[in-house]
Write a protein that binds this ligand. Structure first.
Ligand SMILES: Nc1ncnc2c1ncn2[C@@H]1O[C@H](COP(=O)(O)OP(=O)(O)OP(=O)(O)O)[C@@H](O)[C@H]1O
Length: 959
């Protein structure tokens, strides 16, 4: 009611979410591209890479209806139940999914579980019911109203009247609140979930839709679905408090480009009206976000209806829907800008406080009374308007009367609804009370039952205590028996073990005796055969040894004879070697001597010849040089003479110059001829000298070959002198050659003659020096050769003497060895004969002794008589002694005697007790009987059986 006090929360921004629907068939067929990217991390949307946001939430085309509801709306339902007013509205371009988001995909759905495309409105109502039930709230009332705003006219979608004559609804400002009152709207009570689906279907049928180019079922109006929740609480003082919350779910008509949507006629008018109201909404949003002084709520009915949701005390969420397609770029951009702006709107949510029933009734009656008064006054006022001028005022007053009447109707209607709600909640309370009574009766009955059961339980506990006591006594007795049995059984076990060991030993001894007897018999047999074998083997050995020793002696005699002959041979050989060596050494000495002498002679001859050759060579060169000098001199004289004649002629007879020239030419020719002749002589002489030198060279080579053949050692020593001789001869040859060359050259030029002469002189000089050096080297080498020879002769003499000495020593040793061979051979022969005799004697003795031994062993083996005593004879029979039996042990007390009489037990309790009794009995029996009869069970087996659950034992016994 108007006078309800409210508690406020902190300021909060409008919660704006953006939802992008999937591409539709038209967009896909037109091959439009996706220009929208949803960033769920940053809660922003990129449109053609331009970012918008951040928003409260962003949902891509894959997001389900359920996800959006759970994420965005569910929390608001809690607030509604807590007493807040909440609004969720969808805004966006036509065909982008506002109706799909708010209402869902199907109109015939029966519940959200039946259809996953179910929208926010049905889910919200379902959720309200669920949350009310879960919160344990028993007294509540839900009313829904559903209106549409079409062409700036408000119509009730739940009114019973037909489509055509639907009554327009009026809106009044609520003087006490920031909102409006919709006069005459149906507020249909909803008692369960399915009611909502029916109402939605009814509303959807009435809502104005039409096919446009953008949407086959385009909503041509804005729709507002309102849920009013009234909750009653009863205080301890018996006061009734009422709490109210309201949920507005708004599906706006889509903003549209009339050109693109193809709207014409009525459709174009609708679109214009839709765009107009959306424009006003935009202006309101802008004013709210720019802190403008005036907010134009009153400019459209839409903004009047949403006044409290925009900048008021309502908790508001806006879902901006958009297409991903490039074809809707501009509309999408405008939607996102709109959403960005709306996100800045600040609301101050206020919680409606709980008001008592009395207060509400008083408020209603006060308001109705006031309205009646006002109405009366207005009607009375109408009665006094008589003049024409006051007609306008009359008109105004009439309107006021009508408004007051409607307000009064509203207030009365409100009171009626309140009374209805209360009646409904009273009914709920009555039902609750009845249920409570019923529950209390049941509780009392249960308590009575419980008292009886407690008594029975106490009795049973007593019995159980006695049972437990009895079981304890039996258990002690059984334990005692068990301990006794264990002791007896341990003793018996020990004895049994001893007896078994004894019998085992007796058996083992018998077996061992059998085996020993067999072994001794076998041994005697083996010994006998062994002795016989030994005897025969020793006889054979004796015979074989005799044969072998005789053959050995024979072989030794042969060997001795061979050694004798070898010794004699050594003797002969040593003598022969001695004489041969002597002769050889003598020959070698002589040879050495002869070689030395011969070498000396050859060397001497060689030197002599070499000297002669060199001397003749020197002489020859000297003579040649002299003759060359003379020739040169003659040549020069004659040239001087010619020169003189030529100069005389030139001076005396110039006209005869030609003749003189000819004469001179002739003279020159002659001189050249004579020079040629001289040259030929010189050449001949030179070639003769060369031949002589070559012959000498041949002799020298022969000599050197001989020297090489005679003595190899001398060759090494002479090698150096031979090489020097060869080099000297080479240089002589070179000189001869150069002399020949020079002689030829001299024919042409006097200067060359001069040069040749001086060269020749130089060569002569060199030659002499070389010859002299060669001579000196030859003398040196000869001395060296002689020295080597004498050293060699001395060494060979010494060697020879040493060799003779060693030969003598060797031959002496050979003779001694030969003698030793002979004597050793004789000793071997003698020893062999002796050994042979001894071996024969030993073997004879051994054979005799072996025979005696074997006879003795055979006798001894024959004398062995084995005695066999059976250990199993004369021993007590194999019987296990008898041990203490269960009858000798003190029997455990019977459980019946311990438990006493059970006459007072009846019915099923008797069965129960009998069962327990049986279990105890079986337990005792099992412990006493099983343990005593199976005396040879191992302690671990018995322990295991004791530890088995009684029920299992029971089963075994019963089986
Ligand atoms: N998220 C979605 N997933 C699947 N289909 C969708 C989705 N959103 C919208 N649609 C489909 O797109 C079509 C248009 O959606 P809807 O009628 O809800 O748009 P609108 O915004 O209410 O349009 P108008 O403003 O013209 O009434 C429908 O067929 C609907 O089923």
């Amino acid at each position: 009611m108007s006078s309800k006090k409210k508690t406020s929360e902190a300021t909060s921004n409008l919660r704006v979410a953006v939802r992008v629907r999937p591409m539709n068939g038209t967009e896909r067929s037109e091959k439009c591209s996706n220009i929208v990217k949803v960033d769920k991390v940053r809660n922003s949307v990129d449109l053609k890479s331009k970012p918008f946001g951040p928003f409260f939430r962003v949902y891509d085309s894959d997001t389900t209806q359920n996800e959006i509801y759970a994420d965005l709306v569910s929390s608001q339902i809690k607030k509604v139940i807590a007493g807040f007013n909440c609004t969720v509205f969808a805004y966006g371009q036509t065909g982008t999914g506002k109706t799909f988001t708010m209402e869902g995909g199907r109109t015939d759905a029966k519940s959200s579980s039946d259809d996953p495309t179910t929208g926010i409105i049905p889910r919200a109502v379902e959720d309200i019911f669920e949350q009310l039930e879960n919160s344990g709230c028993e007294e509540y009332s839900l009313r829904v109203s559903y209106v549409e705003l079409y062409n700036e006219e408000l119509f009730d979608l739940l009114a019973s009247s037909d489509c055509e004559d639907r009554e327009r609804l009026r809106i009044f400002d609520d003087p006490n609140k920031k909102g409006v009152i919709v006069s005459g709207v149906e507020e249909v009570p909803v008692r369960n979930r399915s009611d909502v689906y029916k109402l939605l279907q009814l509303g959807a049928e009435k809502r104005r839709t039409a096919a446009t180019l953008m949407n086959m079922h385009s909503s041509r109006s804005h729709s507002l679905f309102m849920v009013n929740v009234v909750i009653r609480e009863n205080t301890n003082s018996g006061e009734e408090l009422v709490k109210q919350g309201k949920l507005n779910l708004v599906d706006l008509a889509g903003s549209e480009n009339i050109g693109r949507s193809g709207a014409q006629g009525n459709r174009a008018k609708e679109a214009g009206s839709i765009n107009q109201s959306l424009l006003t909404l935009g202006r309101v949003i802008r004013s709210l976000t720019t802190n403008a002084q005036h907010v134009p709520y009153r400019e459209s009915k839409l903004t009047r209806l949403l006044q409290d949701s925009l900048g008021g005390s309502t908790i508001t969420s806006l879902i901006a829907t958009m297409s991903p397609s490039s074809s809707n770029f501009e509309e999408s951009q405008s939607t996102l800008e709109y959403a960005m702006r709306a996100a800045n709107i600040k609301n101050k949510p206020v919680c409606n406080t709980k008001v008592s029933k009395k207060t509400i009734l008083k408020e209603y009656s006060d308001e109705i009374e006031k309205l009646r008064r006002d109405l009366r006054a207005a009607r009375e006022k109408n009665g006094i308007f008589i003049s024409e001028e006051s007609h306008e005022e009359f008109q105004k007053n009439t309107e006021k009367v009508v408004e007051l009447e409607q307000r009064l109707d509203c207030a009365v209607d409100g009171l009626r609804k309140f009374a209805e709600d209360f009646t409904h909640m009273d009914e709920q309370y009555k039902k609750l009370f009845e249920r409570k009574e019923e529950l209390e009766d049941r509780l009392r009955e249960r308590l009575r039952d419980m008292a009886v059961k407690e008594k029975e339980l106490a009795d049973t506990n007593d019995k159980l205590d006695r049972h437990i006591e009895a079981i304890g006594v039996m258990h002690q007795a059984a334990l005692k028996s068990y301990d006794q049995l264990l002791l007896s059984r341990d003793a018996a076990e020990e004895m049994e073990t001893d007896i078994r060991a004894f019998w085992k030993k007796v058996d083992e001894m018998g077996n061992a005796d059998d085996r020993n007897k067999e072994m001794v018999e076998c041994f005697v047999e083996q010994m006998t055969s062994f002795v016989a074998k030994i005897a025969s083997q020793s006889e054979a050995l004796k015979n074989e040894a005799t044969t072998k020793s005789e053959s050995l002696v024979h072989e030794m005699v042969q060997n001795k004879l061979q050694i004798d002959s070898i010794a004699q041979e050594i003797n002969g050989n040593s003598e022969e070697m001695q004489s041969t060596a002597f002769t050889t050494f003598q020959k070698a000495a002589e040879l050495d001597k002869r070689v030395a002498e011969k070498m000396t002679v050859i060397t001497e001859e060689n030197r002599q010849k070499w000297d002669d050759v060199l001397k003749s060579c020197t002489d020859c060169y000297k003579a040649h040089s002299t003759r060359l000098d003379e020739f040169n001199k003659q040549l020069m004289d004659r040239l001087d003479e010619i020169k003189k004649q030529v100069s005389d002629f030139t001076e005396d007879v110039r006209p005869l110059i030609t003749e003189i020239r000819n004469t001179t030419f002739d003279a020159v020719e002659k001189r050249v001829e004579s020079s040629s002749a001289n040259m030929t002589d010189v050449k001949t002489t030179c070639s003769t000298m060369a031949q002589q030198l070559k012959a000498l060279l041949g002799q020298v080579e022969q000599l050197s070959v001989r020297v090489e053949e005679n003595h190899e050692k001398q060759t090494i020593a002479d090698q150096n002198s031979h090489e020097s001789v060869l080099s000297a001869l080479n240089s002589v040859e070179n000189v001869v050659q150069s002399l020949e060359d020079m002689a030829e050259e001299q024919c042409d030029v006097n200067e060359i003659d001069e040069q040749a002469k001086s060269d020749l002189e130089g060569i002569d000089l060199d030659h002499e020096t070389t010859v002299q050096e060669a001579r000196e080297k030859a003398v040196e080498k000869e001395l060296e050769a002689k020295e080597v020879m004498s050293t060699m002769v001395t060494e060979s003499e010494a060697n020879r003497k040493a060799a003779v000495k060693s030969f003598e020593a060797v031959s002496t040793k050979c003779a001694a060895n030969s003698t030793l061979c002979q004597s050793v051979g004789e000793v071997i022969q003698m020893k062999c004969q002796e050994s042979s005799k001894e071996i024969t004697t030993i073997l004879t003795n051994y054979a005799g002794a072996t025979k005696a031994d074997t006879n003795e062993a055979t006798d001894a083996a024959g004398k062995i008589h084995l005695e066999y005593v059976n250990p199993a004879e004369n021993v007590p029979p194999r019987e296990i002694p008898k041990y203490t039996m269960s009858s000798d042990l003190s029997a455990p007390p019977e459980p019946d005697t311990l438990l006493g009489e059970e006459e007072d037990v009846v019915g099923s309790d008797e069965d129960e007790l009998a069962k327990k009794k049986r279990r105890v009995t079986s337990y005792v029996r099992r412990d006493s009987l099983l343990d005593t009869t199976n005396i040879f069970l191992s302690p671990s087996t018995i322990r295991k059986r004791r530890e088995n659950p009684i029920d299992e034992e029971d089963e075994n016994i019963e089986n």
